[in-house]
Each structure stands twice: as structure tokens, then as C-alpha cells.
Design a protein around this ligand. Sequence first.
Ligand code: NAD
Length: 483
Amino acid sequence: MIVTIVGTGYVGLVTGACLASHGHTVRCVEVSEERLRLIGAGKAPFYEPGLEDLLREGLASGRFSVTADLAPAMKASDVSLIAVGTPAKGEDPDLSYLETAARQIGGELPACAGYHVVVVKSTVVPGTTRNLVCQILESASGLKLGEFGLSMNPEFLREGSAVRDFMEPDRIVIGQADSRSGDIVEALYAGFHCEKLRVGLEEAELTKYASNALLSVLISFSNELASLCEATPGADVETVMQCLYLDRRLSPEGDGARVHPEILSYLRAGIGFGGSCLPKDVNALRVYGKRCGVATPMLDAVVATNTLRPAQVVDMAEAALGGLSEKNIALLGLAFKAGTDDLRSSPALSILQALGSRGARVRAYDPCVGPEAAGKAGLNGFYRESLESALSDADAAVVTTADPAFRDADWARLAAYMRTPVLIDGRNVLRHVRLPETARYYPIGVGQTPWSARVPLDPLLAHRDRPARPSAAEEFAALPGAN
Ligand code: NAD
């Protein structure tokens, strides 16, 4: 098929590169000149494993190209995908990019060679595709729905594993205005082997919010439990979670061994969820609820818990150092999670800001965030290019992403760079790492007893004769936090 994609962010570009590798001819349309230049040269404008290889392959084969010009791209194509941003504007999503893209696509619909299906891939609240997008397409084209097709096809990829997620989807949800539209979108995904669910437009829209709302509930549940453990001398959230995890309803047995559903990685305590999706989508769903006259006390609580969490980690640093004024703090992690350079709504930035407002001098390092991304986010004054330079003369380090580089680092060597080796572990990634004797280690989710004074270090793991295979509890401990 010939496919036009409007917007080359995480969703548009990954979709384009992956569909091209499945044999479709893809034309991505982008307004940003910088993105056009980079993508045209086979470079991804953001960090995403595997994406550049696919881009180069697609460009070389001629199946993938990028342009600023929608009209020629659309003319010969069968399908147009809208993958522009729907960022938060206050509590509402900003639909201006979506409206512009719909208007531009609508304007080109009459010139399309054949029947053309417009597919909304951006995350939008229920009713947006049927009402707003359809109405704009009709008025810009002078056509009626039926003369063109309409679909809503939510995207579930995760930054950091976007290519794999797109190539190996759990399911593909196809919201259809009519079955002809749905058939064409299903044909687009013919090469993808998973269940394809044909649903209504509003159900497709709601599915994306339901998915993100569920993840945010799990994260806030885990973080609230961590806060409760922090207020309970002798309690450790990791132990509590390991006990919880051994419930067969969460990790069932298969072939004599426990199965470890990936969803459990959302049960790791952390510093709160962030990124370009979860915070804005949970808020959008709450606002949608209000408009429908439906109270959403559970989602309200999820947001409240999430808002509290970064400050609690700053409190830990303040308590550990006896004050933050004039203290040098190394922030280890800037992005909203490990494996991405996306800084949008990152809780690490909330921590950075709170540390600064309490008088600390902050320097930050993130293995995935390059100087350009940091500069664009106004972080030049804080940014360091290595762990060593971030830790130099630091009074404490605060770990804010679960990047394996932090877990695998030689802390005996690194601690020597620090003025005082105080480690606040906002992701509990250093728990099973050999730290130097001099280090004062503060993981999250542990009751007031200082961690270093706890014997044994990890009751569930240390008290047993170790079987040859790791136990389910150990496997839980090894799960990376998902956000
Ligand atoms: P993004 O903001 O990273 O990228 C959007 C791109 O669209 C930008 O490059 C922008 O310049 C371009 N653009 C805007 N208007 C345009 C126009 N009229 N013509 C051409 N280009 C235009 O967005 P994203 O993170 O890829 O997210 C896109 C949508 O998908 C959002 O609704 C988001 O909620 C949803 N989503 C995102 C993710 C994710 O992990 N980022 C996952 C699933 C769904």
C-alpha cells in the first residue's frame, strides 16, 4: 500500500519506518525543517534503539521518504495516518496540531486518485475522531464520510522499545467509521501476526486511555505503598512487593516455573510517572469524565500520589544531608525513564527544580540524553557529559532513572569522586550492587531504620539456601521499573 504519515515524532516516524520495512511505500510529512534534514540523512531526531537502521534501510530501498509537502505525498496514497502531538494545554489536550493536520489532509482528499482512508493515530478523547476530525475533513474537502474512509487506530508503543513494540504488537485496535475503512486499515497490518480487533471509533479512543490509566494506577499504587513503608520502621517496599508478587494470580505457574508478566514491572516503586503520555492522558480522561458528568476519584488520586512523589525523594536527600543549602547534588537521570532521551514531564526535572529551590547546586547526567537534547530543554547549566563529572565533589547523588549504566557502574571507583558518598536511590537500582563501605545508601520505600544498619540486607533473599534457579522473588527484584 502507499501510506502518508503526518508527523514524525515517536509514533509517526516509528510507524513509517516499520511499515516501510513491511513492504509498504511510506511518505512521512513533517513541518520541522530540522527533523526533515535529520530523517532525510537517516538519523532519528530522538534516541530510539533500532530506528536508524530501519530508516536507512527504508531510504535506501526507496520505500521510505520524508517531505514537507503533503499534496504530492497524499495524491497517490491509499491511507493517511495522523500522528501529530496532542500535548497538554492546562488539563485539556491541545488539539490544534490535530485540527491543522485534518484540515490539510481534508484539502487534499479530492485530489486523491482513489478511495482514501484517514486514520487518527494520535491519542484523542472519545468523540474526537467522529466529531472534530470528521467534521474538519468534510468541510475542508467538500466530501461526505463514505466518499472517504475514517479510522482511529491507537498506538501502544513505548519509548525505548518502540520499534520492537510496533513490530511485535500485542494486538492491533482498529476503530472504524464503517467496515470498508476497517478493511483497508486491517490490510495495512496484514504482515503483523497478532489479534486485530475491529471496534467502534470511540472504543478505540477509549482503549488507549484505559491502557495508560491502568499503568498509572499501578505505578501510583506502588509509590503510595513505598510512602507507607517509608513511614513504617522496619518495612521495605521491595519485600512487601516480593510477597505480593508470589501470589499466583500475579505470577502464575507454567511448566513448573513462575511466569513473569511484564505488567509487574509497573509494581516497582519509583519517583512517579512522567513522559509525554501518561500524565497528559490521565488528565485528559479526568477532564473528559467531568464533561460527561462522571466523577473520577480514582484517577484524581492517581494524579495526587504522583504529584507528591518527587518531593518525597528530595525530602530524603535533605534528611540524609541535614539540609540542602549549598550542597552539590548529582542527579543521575534526566529523562522520564531509562532508555529514552524524552524529557517531557520528567519527574527527574521536578526533582532537579525542587533541589534547586531548596538551595542545592545540581549537576545532572543521563546516559541517554545528549547535550543537544539537554540544551533544548534549557538544562545547559546543569548538564554533565559523564558520571564522573556529575559526581565530582558531590555531597550526594540522587538516582532518578533505572538506567543499567548506574547499576553496572564501579561505585568503589566513582565514590572517590564524591565529597561524601551519599546515594539516594529513587529507583532502587543499586540495592543489589556492591557499594563501598564508606557509602551511605538510601533506597526508597524503606522505613526509618537506616538501610545500612539493616541486617540482613534483604530478608527474603538472604535468609534462604539459594536454589540453582532464581526464585520468583529474586526475579521480581531483578525486574526493571517500567516508568
Ligand atoms: P511528537 O510531538 O514527538 O511529534 C509530533 C510531530 O508532528 C512533530 O515532529 C511535529 O513537528 C509534527 N507535526 C505537527 N503538526 C504537523 C503537521 N500539520 N504536518 C506535519 N507535521 C506536523 O509526538 P509523539 O510523541 O509521536 O505523539 C504523537 C501522538 O501519539 C500523541 O497524540 C501521543 O499522545 C500519541 N502517542 C505517543 C506515544 C509516545 O510514546 N510518544 C505512544 C503512543 C501514543
